[in-house]
Design a protein around this ligand. Structure first.
Ligand code: PLP
Length: 371
C-alpha cells in the first residue's frame, strides 16, 4: 500500500499528460512558456481571486510576498510552530523575527486567542514592529480566518495564508488561497495538487502587490529583464511543470470529493477508538493529510509498528515543533512554551491518504488500529 498513490492518478490521464509534455517539447518555450499563463488563469478562477503568480516552490511563494512588503530586521512575523520548516524559515532568511503562537487543540491551526495575546505582548515590549501573520492551513483545513482577520485589522497587520497543504479547501464556499492579503501554495508532488518536481503559486487581489511579485520572480525586473528595479530572485516555475499541473487539474475537483469520501470512511470506522480530525461547521478540508492522535508517544509507536508490519506506511507530521528545532535555537524559546504543539507532536500520526484509496484498504487499516 502507498502513503500517496501518484501512479494511479497518472494512469487516468497518461495520454493527455504525454501530449501536454510533447506540446512543450515542440514549442520549446521552457521558461515562461504559454502553459504558465494558462495555468495561472485557471487557478485564479478556481480560487476566485484576480491574480495568480506561479513560482518555483511553495517556499518561494512565501518568501516573495514578504520581500514585496519589505519585511526585514526589526519586524515581527507571527506564525505557528506546528508546521513545516519553510513557513518560518523565510522569515528568518529576511532577517525578521518569527514569533510563534501555539495551536488550537482541535484544528491544529494557529489559535486566534493566543495570536491576539502574542501581538499585544510584542506591541507592549516595543522592541519589534509587528507586520505580518502567516496562518497555515494545516493538513488541508483552512485556518480560522474570520477571527484572524479581526486581529489583523485591530493591529493593522498583513495576512499571508500559507496554503501549501490547503489548495482546494473552503470556508462557507470561499476557497482556500483567497484568504488574507495574499496566499501561497505548493505543487510539491505530495501536495493535494502536485506537479512532477518543484513548483508553487501566489494568489492575491492586490494589483500593486501582483506587479511587485511578477518583478521579484525575475530578479526584480523593471520594463525588461535587463532593467532591474529591486532585488528579486530566480523564482520562475518551469513550463513543463505548469503543463503537468494543467492536466492534473482536470481531475482535481473530483479528487477533492474523493479525498473527502476517504476521510469520511476513516472517520466512521475510527470514531471512539482514536482521536479523529475535526472539521468545523462550514469548513471543507482537502485532506492533504489524514492525521489521528494516539494516547501518547509510546502508543503511537506501537500503532505505527503494527501498521508497518502489515505493509501500511504512516508518517509523523510533525515530530518536533519549530521552536524546538536547532535552526531556531537563537530565538531562545524553551520547552513548555507551546504546550499544545508539543503534546500533539508526541501523539499525532498520519494514515495513507489519496483520492484512490480503496474501501478495503481503509477497512484493513482501521481494523489494525482498532483491534
Ligand atoms: C510543503 C510546504 C511548504 C513548502 O513548499 P515547497 O514547495 O516544498 O517549497 C510550505 N509550507 C507548508 C505548510 C508546507 O506543507
Amino acid at each position: 500500500m502507498q502513503f500517496i498513490d501518484l501512479a494511479k492518478q497518472q494512469s487516468l490521464i497518461k495520454d493527455a499528460l504525454d501530449s501536454r509534455i510533447q506540446a512543450v517539447l515542440a514549442h520549446g518555450k521552457y521558461i515562461m512558456g504559454p502553459e504558465i499563463k494558462e495555468m495561472e488563469a485557471q487557478l485564479a478562477e478556481y480560487v476566485g481571486v484576480k491574480y495568480c503568480v506561479s513560482c518555483s516552490s511553495g517556499t518561494d511563494a512565501l518568501l516573495m510576498p514578504l520581500l514585496a512588503w519589505g519585511i526585514g530586521p526589526g519586524d515581527a512575523v507571527f506564525t505557528t510552530p506546528f508546521t513545516f520548516i519553510a513557513t518560518a524559515e523565510v522569515i528568518q532568511l529576511l532577517g525578521a523575527t518569527s514569533v510563534f503562537v501555539d495551536i488550537d487543540p482541535l484544528s491544529y491551526n494557529i489559535s486566534p486567542e493566543l495570536l491576539d495575546a502574542a501581538i499585544g505582548k510584542v506591541v507592549e515590549e516595543g522592541k519589534l514592529s509587528p507586520k505580518v501573520i502567516i496562518p497555515v492551513d494545516l493538513f488541508g483545513l483552512p485556518a480560522d480566518y474570520a477571527a484572524i482577520d479581526l486581529i489583523a485589522k485591530k493591529y493593522d497587520l498583513k495576512i499571508l495564508e500559507d496554503s501549501a497543504q490547503g489548495f482546494g479547501g473552503e470556508i462557507n464556499g470561499k476557497m482556500a488561497c483567497s484568504f488574507g492579503d495574499v496566499a501561497s501554495t505548493s505543487f510539491f508532488p505530495a501536495k493535494p495538487l502536485g506537479c512532477y518536481g518543484d513548483g508553487g503559486a501566489i494568489f492575491t487581489d492586490d494589483e500593486e502587490l501582483y506587479e511587485k511579485l511578477v518583478s521579484i520572480r525575475v530578479h526584480g525586473k523593471g520594463g525588461d529583464k535587463y532593467d532591474n528595479i529591486r532585488i528579486g530572485i530566480n523564482g520562475r516555475m518551469d513550463t513543463l511543470q505548469a503543463a503537468i499541473v494543467l492536466e492534473k487539474f482536470t481531475l482535481f475537483p473530483e479528487e477533492v470529493k474523493l479525498r473527502n469520501k476517504v476521510a469520511e470512511k476513516y472517520n466512521s470506522l475510527l470514531k471512539g477508538h482514536v482521536v479523529i480530525p475535526k472539521v468545523p461547521t462550514g469548513f471543507t478540508s482537502v485532506w492533504a493529510q489524514y492525521s489521528i492522535l494516539a494516547e501518547d508517544a509510546e502508543a503511537r509507536q506501537a500503532l505505527q509498528t503494527k501498521l508497518k508490519d502489515s505493509g501500511i506506511p504512516t508518517a509523523v507530521y510533525y515530530p518536533k515543533p519549530l521552536h524546538q528545532q536547532t535552526a531556531f535555537a537563537h530565538l531562545n524559546y524553551q520547552d513548555g512554551d507551546f504546550p499544545v504543539s508539543e503534546e500533539i507532536s508526541q501523539r499525532i500520526f498520519s494514515l495513507p491518504m489519496h483520492p484512490y484509496l480503496e474501501d478495503a484498504d481503509i477497512e484493513k487499516i482501521c481494523e489494525l488500529i482498532n483491534g
